[in-house]
Write a protein that binds this ligand. Sequence first.
Ligand SMILES: Nc1ncnc2c1ncn2[C@@H]1O[C@H](COP(=O)(O)OP(=O)(O)OP(=O)(O)O)[C@@H](O)[C@H]1O
Ligand SMILES: [Mg+2]
Length: 341
Amino acid sequence: MLVLGLETSCDETGVALYDSERGLLADALFSQIDLHRVYGGVVPELASRDHVKRMLPLIRQVLAEADCVATEIDAIAYTAGPGLVGALLVGASCAQALAFAWGIPALGVHHMEGHLLAPMLEEQPPEFPFVALLVSGGHTQLVRVDGIGRYELLGETLDDAAGEAFDKTAKLMGLNYPGGPEIARLATQGVPGRFVFPRPMTDRPGLDFSFSGLKTFALNTWQRCQSAGDDGEQTRCDVSLAFQQAVVETLTIKCKRALKQTGLKRLVIAGGVSANKALRASLEDMLAGIKGNVYYARPQFCTDNGAMIAYAGCQRLAAGQQESLAISVQARWPMEQLAPL
Ligand SMILES: Nc1ncnc2c1ncn2[C@@H]1O[C@H](COP(=O)(O)OP(=O)(O)OP(=O)(O)O)[C@@H](O)[C@H]1O
Ligand SMILES: [Mg+2]
């Protein structure tokens, strides 16, 4: 089954072709980062308009790359939520219009299920069951995964997502959007131990997170340095390192706890923050200590992309799931509401 996947939940237009027999055939992405950078974050209306411009050229591009023609496509999968409603509607309308014109089914995919399944595209995919840490710009969740659509939420952030905390901390120090890669880059030059940030909610039981306090701690630290006239590049690096270490250690402690609680030894990390090298190293260390394994996608499939949507859609379409031609998207959509396969 050859599936065209369309991703438009936020500020990346992603298109890919995934075949159930041959695997991923082509994948193309247009990132709107330059468009939103001047505003320091995503402007929803600009995002929607840009998806309209990019979608059809990207579809032509992946068809050419895969050496396919439109009549070979068996079905279309698109991101139906959660995300920005206007941006989601572009992908949904495009998918439903093409599906109608080509006489094939279309299926709305959950964006976070896409992230969660992205490591399945790698050479050594994880087997079910596993614990998944979803760490992205809008989500921080620990989920027990027993199969596709068999999700049990173990814990989640009570306020900011981890990626959001990276972005906000970067912004307050005058760094570019998105802040995660910027902080990670500066952290490599940071002096360990100059600043020590708290590890929020690790001293009490449970698997929930809270990251807004870390951002405030970063703000206070940065402002104190500014008043002392010590707000140069090295201080940015030192704050970046201290902040990143706090996020990484907090996530590692909670993952360890989740694995212990579930008795599982396989951990999947997904979403933009799972591209962070310090996080990967820390989790690999922790998993080595309990003789377990950690799985993640290649960096370009950690952030938003069409391949994960094509893959997730293909699994559900191949199992016979279909939907009507109605164009409907959801800004909020708990993953536990998904039907199991
Ligand atoms: N190397 C990195 N280190 C830390 N954070 C990173 C890194 N690379 C990307 N990020 C962060 O990942 C986030 C983007 O990830 P992603 O595209 O998965 O999120 P999103 O799609 O905006 O949110 P969601 O998937 O929850 O809707 C941003 O917050 C970005 O700063
Ligand atoms: Mg995402």
